[in-house]
Design a protein around this ligand. Structure first.
Ligand code: GDP
Ligand code: MG
Length: 215
C-alpha cells in the first residue's frame, strides 16, 4: 500500500450510529472490498486506512470504528476528537436506529467539531422488503440537518466507496474555498508530503502540524 508520504492530505473519519446498523461491515467492505460475514466478528476491526483519489488529489482516510463502544452508549470523547468527516449510519429496516440519529448528530457536532462533514448512510439497502424508513423521509432529515445522504449496502457493496469519497470530496471543497483551515488545531486534517512540496508559502511550510508526516 502506498504510504501517506505520497498523499496530499490525511483526514480522520468516524463511523457512528447504533450497534447493529452495519458500521463494521461498511468499514470492512470499503477497505477489503468484501462483505464481513458473521464468523469474522471476533476480529473486531477498530481502525482502517485507505488512500483514495478525489479529483486528482490523493487523500488518506484514517477511519475509526467504535469497536463496540456504542453498545454501552459510552463512545469516548477521544474517539470523536479531531475528526474531519463521519459516516452516520442507520439501518433502513429499523426505525429505532433512525430515531437515534439526532443524538448521534448532537454528539458528533459537540465532541468532534462544529465543522465536521457528515454523510448519512441508510444501510442494508439490499433488505428493501423489510424497510421501515423511506428514502424520502431520510432525505428530508438530511436536508434539514445539512447532511449528505446515500442508501448503502455493506452486503452488496452498493454506494459504500461513494459514501467515503463524497464525504472526502466535500472536505476538499471546503479546504479549497477557505471554509476549512487544515492548520487549525483539531481540524482532523493533515498535509501529506505531496501537498507540502507544492506549498510555496514559507510560513505554512514551517507550521509544525504541516511537517508531521504520519507515515
Ligand atoms: P455494527 O454493530 O454497527 O458494527 O454492525 P455490524 O457491522 O457488526 O453488522 C451488524 C449485522 O448486520 C451483522 O449481522 C451483519 O452481517 C449485518 N449487516 C451489516 N451490513 C449489512 C447490509 O448492508 N445488508 C445486510 N443484509 N446485512 C448487513
Ligand atoms: Mg461494529
Amino acid at each position: 500500500m502506498a504510504s501517506f508520504c505520497f498523499a496530499d492530505f490525511l483526514f480522520k473519519f468516524l463511523v457512528i450510529g447504533n450497534a447493529g446498523t452495519g458500521k463494521s461491515c461498511l468499514l470492512h467492505q470499503f477497505i477489503e472490498k468484501k462483505f464481513k460475514d458473521d464468523s469474522n466478528h471476533t476480529i473486531g476491526v477498530e481502525f482502517g486506512s485507505k488512500i483514495i483519489n478525489v479529483g486528482g488529489k490523493y487523500v488518506k482516510l484514517q477511519i475509526w470504528d467504535t469497536a463496540g463502544q456504542e453498545r454501552f452508549r459510552s463512545v469516548t470523547r477521544s474517539y470523536y476528537r479531531g475528526a474531519a468527516g463521519a459516516l452516520l449510519v442507520y439501518d433502513i429496516t429499523s426505525r429505532e436506529t433512525y430515531n437515534a440519529l439526532t443524538n448521534w448528530l448532537t454528539d458528533a457536532r459537540m465532541l468532534a467539531s462544529q465543522n465536521i462533514v457528515i454523510i448519512l448512510c441508510g444501510n442494508k439497502k439490499d433488505l428493501d422488503a423489510d424497510r421501515e424508513v423511506t428514502f424520502l423521509e431520510a432525505s428530508r432529515f438530511a436536508q434539514e440537518n445539512e447532511l449528505m445522504f446515500l442508501e448503502t449496502s455493506a452486503l452488496t457493496g452498493e454506494n459504500v466507496e461513494e459514501a467515503f469519497v463524497q464525504c472526502a470530496r466535500k472536505i476538499l471543497n471546503k479546504i479549497e474555498s477557505g471554509e476549512l483551515d487544515p492548520e487549525r488545531m483539531g481540524s482532523g486534517i493533515q498535509y501529506g508530503d505531496a501537498a507540502l512540496r507544492q506549498l510555496r508559502s514559507p510560513r505554512r511550510a514551517q507550521a509544525p502540524s504541516a511537517q508531521e508526516c504520519g507515515c
